[in-house]
Design a protein around this ligand. Sequence first.
Ligand SMILES: O=C1O[C@H](COP(=O)(O)O)[C@@H](O)[C@H](O)[C@H]1O
Length: 235
Amino acid sequence: MLPASSPHTFHSYADADALATQLAQTLTAACHAAIDARGRAWLALAGGRTPLPVYARLAAAGLGPIEAIPTDERCVPHSDPACNLHQLRVALAGNPEITVHPLTCADGDPVRSLDLSRTWLARHPAPFDLVLLGMGNDGHIASLFPGAANLSEGLALERGTDVIASVPDPLPPEAPYPRISLTLARLLHARAIHLLATGQHKRQVLTQVLTDPQCHLPVAALLRAGTPIQIHWSP
Ligand SMILES: O=C1O[C@H](COP(=O)(O)O)[C@@H](O)[C@H](O)[C@H]1O
């Protein structure tokens, strides 16, 4: 899957269950190392459906203090099942030592949410101990969508803006909402970065990105940034 010169590592699993078990062990080990070194683990965790079994396994592990934020958020109320914060908190609820902080206001208002997330991230500048990213069928990562008007701001590699508000164009039918997203530069400010994808369509997207230099999907910007990424895939 990867050219010999690639800085990345590709992990292929027999099925989604095996992927979730192994990836949860990897997250657990990273959290233990961070807690031993710095007293807490500091994570950015993908939203969407694919990582939820990983989070359920992580919540079941004996860990220590973990603070996390979503990599991105849908601008909906926190009580809405489409809210990444909501899903993360539900999946991690079994472990009271894990705190997930919001990127948005409780009502999901995009303008005030951008202000909130910028202020909050400015106060929390430490590199993430681990970033777990998902990927959409359209090659988006976090909420950095191919058709967004301000995508270039979100993908810029110079540190400056930690978070952007954007509107996917077209809106994805499964989650048609304005978004708040960490920028690629902020996501790369991390000790370890993992990318999670399941299914044949997402594998084709990854293959295209890794083999076609003319492919300019957001996930391509991640994989060409020069930072080693651990890619996890299963059917
Ligand atoms: O909208 C989003 O989509 C991606 C992928 O989600 P999945 O359900 O296909 O796993 C996700 O990584 C992102 O955090 C989320 O907001």
